[in-house]
Design a protein around this ligand. Structure first.
Ligand SMILES: [Zn+2]
Length: 283
């Protein structure tokens, strides 16, 4: 068995010369454990080619998937949060914001942009879960409100992509006011007969579900998304009963009449431009 024996002695390879697969080249699906190339996964709109699990993605990825040639213009890019309550938990709120900005490269949990989707002008606000759990504070509310203003002014349909744990605790009452503010703005959109599509993604909960996310002319969702107001544990403790199977999944919510349809992310772009074109013809 001489081939098992090293003929040369004392070979050592410094760590930096060791060949390894570069990080991030492969993606493993957390649902079915199937492994695909990161590029293939990305081309598949970040869904698993085997089990269709929709990976959680941020605003940048959604904008790239949706807009023609990935081109769009961002509104109010540099809006950042104040600290109206001088809030301190384990950290002071401004320090938490600063650390999150540095970590994520985002300014807050929502971005508003406009551009063309299959040639149709759209204004889109999209939430980022990586920024303090996609929590809705004053900046999120203001960016959505201004997005709606933009849609009104330029008569473009408005798309809201929600992904949120709910209200931002560090802004307490100011955070809750965003529910009323965004809802009032959406009423103006409705009066002007401009379509509003609300896309709920995994997860959409709390104050976001209780306001703009459920006010769409069409409320649609990605498959398998968690959609609810309070979490299942809280509800179970409150009603003292076991919850039905699949409770709070997009499929369950659709079955109970709170959604219009579920859309596969790979079809999202075409579905959006098609429904909006239909709605605008008939308005
Ligand atoms: Zn999978």
């Amino acid at each position: 068995m001489s081939w098992f024996r090293r003929t040369e002695k004392g070979i050592s390879t410094p760590t930096e010369l060791k060949r390894e697969t570069p990080d991030g080249l492969w993606y493993q699906c957390p649902e079915c454990k199937n492994v695909v190339q990161t590029r293939e996964h990305q081309q598949n709109a970040y869904t698993c080619p085997k089990c269709n699990y929709h990976d959680k993605i941020g605003s940048e990825a959604y904008f790239t998937i949706l807009f023609d040639e990935g081109k769009y213009t961002e509104l109010d890019k540099n809006m950042t949060s104040g600290d109206p309550l001088n809030f301190v938990d384990t950290k002071a709120y401004p320090a938490r914001i600063k650390a999150t900005v540095e970590k994520t490269g985002l300014k807050d949990a929502c971005r508003t942009v406009y551009g063309k989707i299959n040639g149709v002008n759209f204004t889109v606000s999209c939430m980022d879960f990586s920024f303090i759990g996609g929590s809705m504070g004053s900046v999120v509310g203001e960016k959505i409100a201004r997005g709606i203003d933009h849609a009104l002014k330029h008569k473009t349909p408005f798309l809201m992509i929600s992904k949120s744990g709910g209200a931002r605790m560090m802004e307490a009452g100011f955070s809750l006011m965003q529910m009323a503010k965004t809802s009032a703005k959406l009423a103006l959109l409705d009066e002007a007969k401009i379509p509003y599509i609300s896309l709920l993604t995994d997860p959409t909960t709390g104050g976001v579900t209780a306001s703009f996310a459920m006010l769409g002319d069409l409320n649609i969702a990605e498959p398998g998304s968690l959609i609810g107001f309070a979490g299942p544990r809280v509800i179970k403790e409150t009603i003292g009963k076991d919850l039905p199977k699949g409770f709070q999944t997009a499929e369950f919510v659709l079955e109970h009449g709170f959604l219009d349809f579920i859309v596969d992310r790979k079809d999202l772009k075409n579905e959006l431009s098609a429904v909006v074109t239909l709605m605008m013809q008939n308005s």
